[in-house]
Ligand binder design. Sequence first.
Ligand SMILES: *[C@@H]1O[C@H](CO)[C@@H](O)[C@H](O)[C@H]1NC(C)=O
Ligand SMILES: *[C@@H]1O[C@H](CO)[C@@H](O)[C@H](O)[C@H]1NC(C)=O
Ligand SMILES: *[C@@H]1O[C@H](CO)[C@@H](O)[C@H](O)[C@H]1NC(C)=O
Length: 314
Amino acid sequence: MRAAAALFSTSWLTSAYAASYSLSDNWVGPAFLNTWTFENIADPTNGRVTYVDQATALAQNLTYVSDDTLIMRCDDTTVLSASDPGRNSVRIKSDKAYTTHVAVFNVRHMPQGCATWPAIWETLESDWPNSGEVDILEGVNDESPNASTLHTSANCTMPASRTQTGTATGNDCYGGDNDNAGCGVQAPTTNSYGPEFNDNGGGWYAMERTTDFIKVWFWARNDGTVPFDVYSGPAQIDTDNWGTATAYFPNTDCDLASHFGENNIIFDLTLCGDWAGAVYSSDGCPGDCVTYVNENPSAFSNAYWDIASVRVYQ
Ligand SMILES: *[C@@H]1O[C@H](CO)[C@@H](O)[C@H](O)[C@H]1NC(C)=O
Ligand SMILES: *[C@@H]1O[C@H](CO)[C@@H](O)[C@H](O)[C@H]1NC(C)=O
Ligand SMILES: *[C@@H]1O[C@H](CO)[C@@H](O)[C@H](O)[C@H]1NC(C)=O
């Protein structure tokens, strides 16, 4: 009886206040250097990159912080030979991991150019895909499809009809189907990705994860509807005031609680590899992807992240 009463009151509280969250982590500039890990690992997606550690990233200025900026880039000066391991690049992971939460990303610039495959995403690398994967912002070669996507273990699909401003590209989230395409949703505006995103000063991506749904929103820098909660980063937020999400992934045919565990936040930039390399030519890029990366360092002068802040609310 006591247990039942406690459960009842907890679920009542949860549903009554589900949309209201408090700031738990606020990363700006130098803060990224202390509580994120620079992953100098072999790229699991087989890209033409060498992910470097923090000391190397700072020494080569592939990572640069000021009071209000985090810049992360790939090398744009070195000509590589075929036997070199790959163009130096950066992949960072938050030391903290999260279940239900809201993450708000204020991004001024994202990596652009042929061969680039940048992503902001959340997963638990040691238990993929059982802990789930949420790609908040991801694309390749400056082209569509750029999307917010879930990748999961079996038995997770999304309803064909649901309330979102984006367009679904697939509704089967299981990583074992469709060459791990996942269930993706494309944002409705071209300034959500790549050169147009950058020309416009970037914008904000936000993700809310509950046990009932995962939502992703995008607001361009000059979008008059961006909520106060998102642009000013207050201590308390209420996602009920944020309007229709760009991508909406409900738990209708996917038990989110069992398909998603504690996940870290990851920023990366790979080149070529399983996705960008596979569609490199059909995306209208010149020659062969790996050769292009090896021989044209200056083609990567705009292949950088400029992150104003990452805020997490719980
Ligand atoms: C390092 O990169 C930053 C950001 O792009 C730039 O402002 C700075 O001048 C660079 N420093 C050096 C020594 O090249
Ligand atoms: C991103 O996807 C949207 C929706 O399909 C598309 O209109 C847009 O062209 C894409 N953006 C880029 C830079 O390809
Ligand atoms: C698939 O998930 C549903 C809930 O979304 C559950 O009822 C069902 O038992 C699951 N099937 C399998 C084979 O796990």
